[in-house]
Structures are given as C-alpha cells and as structure tokens.
Design a protein around this ligand. Structure first.
Ligand code: PLP
Length: 371
C-alpha cells in the first residue's frame, strides 16, 4: 500500500531484514539442515504477504503455505515462483485455478480427495494425516487403511507430500511432551510404510515443533519467522525478535479536572488533574477493545496508560507528566526509548495469543515496508 507521511494516522512498519534474520537464526539452531516452508497465511500473519514472500524468496525460501486459494493467487500473481501449498479448504469448483496457477492443494479427507479425483484434473496435492488434532486429515490410527489411501492417490493424482499438524508442541509440560512425541511416532509409522513411493515432502513440524523436537527434514515455519512466540512461556533463540511495529500519532492533547470522566460509558473517572492525549487508532483498526482501561501505549519512551474505553477509531491515554504534543509518534506495538510492547505481552493481558493480535490488525492500517 502507498504510504503517505502526510496522511499518517495509524500504520505498521514491517522490518524485512529482521524477518530474514529470524529465518536464518531459526534454521541455524536446528540440529540438521532442513527445508523451511514459510507459512504466510492470513496476509503473512498480518505483516503483508507479498513483501514478506519476496524477501524470503530472495533469502532462499522455495516453499510457501497459505490458507486458501485467494491468498495463493495473490502471491502467485505478484511473482512468487516457489511452490505454494494451500493448507485448508478450497471449493472443488476452484480446481481449474489450482492447475492454472500451479498451486498445491491439501487433501482434507477421503471424501474431499474423491471430489478432487472426480474433477478429472491431475492436481498437485498433499495429503493431511490426523495424528490427534482432529481438524483435518485421514485418521492415523488405522495404519493399513492410511497406506492404502496414500497408494491410491499417489497413482491417481500428483501426490507431492504427506503432513500432519502438532497441537501442543508449544507446551513444555510432561503430558504435552508425551502427546507430541506420540503424534510424531504415529506420523512416522505411516510414512515409513510408503517410503518406496518417494513422496518428496514429508513434514510434521510447526515453529514450536522444530524448536523443541528437532526439525525433521522440513519445518512449516510460521510465528517465529515474525519474531513472536508460539507460547508466551517459550524462550526464543537469541537474536530472534519481532518484525512488526505498529505506530500512530497524537491527534490532540488536553487537560482534564477531577470529577470529569473519559470516553464512552464514562468508564474512566478523573480523580486528579490529568493531561489526556487522543490517539487516532481504535478497534476498527484491530486495536483490541478489551485492552480498555488495562493497557498502555508508548510516547517518547514513556508508558501512557489507556484511559476509558477504546473507541472505533480513537483511544485516549494518560500523558500526565510526559513531554509530548500533537503529531508526536505513538508506539502501539514495538520499541520507544527503553520501553517495549510486544504483541505477545499484549495478548497475554487479554487472554489470547500474539498470533491473534497481529492477524487482527485491520486492512485499513497501511503496511510500510522497511528494508
Ligand atoms: C499455521 C500453521 C502452521 C504454522 O504454525 P506456527 O505455530 O505459526 O509455526 C504450520 N502448519 C499448519 C498446518 C498450520 O495451519
């Protein structure tokens, strides 16, 4: 999106050199050389998929995962040459588009695979195997039936991969570790049976899986690419840090007196003289309304607590004692002076995950790319 400093209201800065750095650091800490499939679904976790894919392709990434056909077409049409795998559902009517844009489709179930077969097109596919997530894939518990299905599709379609998805790889407690190891074991029990087919892409690791359970040969790397944690309690390898900064501007500053209230519902009561700044970012920008009266922004290196309810397009913050004025920069996510706000911490405050915070930043917030 075009970035015009004259109309700066609320915007994101995407640091592509940090993104590439995260990719290299992650790869380096794995015990063996692996292939990385970059997970760029949901507009690269809100970072802007085209810029992210181009930077990664330049850095040597040859494989991209998206969630749907529109995302796949967007990056393909913008010149991404690598393989593109759709991890989720695509309506069968779109099969022609898969062929046309050279996109690989996940086979979600036997029923879905039959429908793909019936299209009569020899589509590139990867088969999902369910080892315990109960989301998509054929059931890993019946190894013989899995083998039969894989052999059949290997004959009738262009079957280029088999994968499963780990559901608690980010949790480091004993029960979760046992569960994850069992998922990996179930997956390998099946892939070993069909080794002779030499299916090129056999993968079961997400960011956390690769970090805690070794890479296998391929990692589908999502959240850590963007410098965020799969789980707030995980420690990331040294040097990996967030790629995205979210900024806004001070629209006005005013003084308020004891007895006044701030914003909708009069949810903040002024009990001492205060200075309040109005920031032109609100929940329509994806700034979570449940942070009302709870969280803070950073202005000129100082914490400025949110006062009252976050509005659709604005919020008010306490800048009492902070040197600031209209048009000063406000950091919503990122660093300013010695202060830092991460999407992960912000998420923890409201009982969610960093993934949801960054994916939730609205499309009306322009993404500005820093190289
Ligand atoms: C989203 C997703 C990933 C990436 O997960 P991260 O935790 O972001 O690394 C990998 N595989 C599948 C199937 C996914 O849906």
């Amino acid at each position: 999106m075009h970035f015009d400093t004259q109309t700066r209201r609320s915007w994101i800065e995407v640091n592509l050199s940090q993104l590439v750095k995260n990719y290299y650091i992650y790869r380096k800490q794995l015990s063996q050389p692996v292939k990385i499939m970059a997970v760029v679904k949901a507009d690269a976790y809100g970072h802007g998929d085209v810029a992210v894919c181009k930077a990664l392709e330049t850095a040597g990434v040859e494989f991209f995962c998206v969630s749907n056909i529109d995302e796949a077409k967007t990056i393909r049409n913008d010149g991404i040459k690598g393989e593109i795998l759709i991890l989720g559902y695509t309506p069968i009517e779109c099969c022609v588009d898969l062929i046309k844009h050279n996109i690989t489709q996940t086979l979600l179930s036997e029923e879905y695979a039959e429908a793909i077969l019936n299209s009569g097109l020899k589509i590139k596919c990867q088969l999902a195997i369910d080892t315990g997530m109960n989301r998509i894939g054929i059931d890993a518990d019946d190894v013989d039936s899995c083998e039969k299905i894989i052999r059949e599709y290997a004959k009738k379609l262009q079957l280029t991969g088999l994968f499963t998805h780990l559901c608690v790889a980010d949790a480091e407690d004993f029960t979760s570790v046992i569960f994850t190891k069992d998922q990996i074991r179930k997956f390998h029990a099946i892939t070993e049976k069909v080794q002779d087919l030499q299916i090129p892409n056999i993968h079961c690791m997400n960011s956390a899986g690769g970090l805690f359970y070794g890479g296998g040969d391929i990692v589908r790397l999502g959240i850590i690419l963007y410098g965020l944690k799969p789980n707030i309690s995980n420690a990331l390898p040294e040097g990996i840090s967030p790629v995205l900064t979210w900024k806004s501007t001070i629209a006005m500053v005013k003084d308020v007196k004891p007895g006044e209230t701030i914003g909708y519902g009069r949810a903040f009561k002024v009990i001492k003289p205060m200075r309040i700044a109005t920031i032109p970012t609100g929940y329509a920008d994806g700034y979570r309304r449940d942070l009302s009266n709870k969280w803070y922004v950073i202005i000129n290196g100082n914490k400025a607590p949110i006062t009252g309810r976050i509005c659709m397009d604005m919020m008010m913050v306490d800048v009492t004692g902070i040197q600031c004025r209209t048009n000063d920069e406000v950091v919503l996510i990122g660093k300013s002076g010695n202060e830092i706000i991460t999407a992960d911490e912000m998420a923890k405050e409201i009982g969610t995950i960093g993934y949801e915070i960054v994916c939730g930043i609205s499309k009306r917030v322009p993404r500005r790319v820093l190289y």
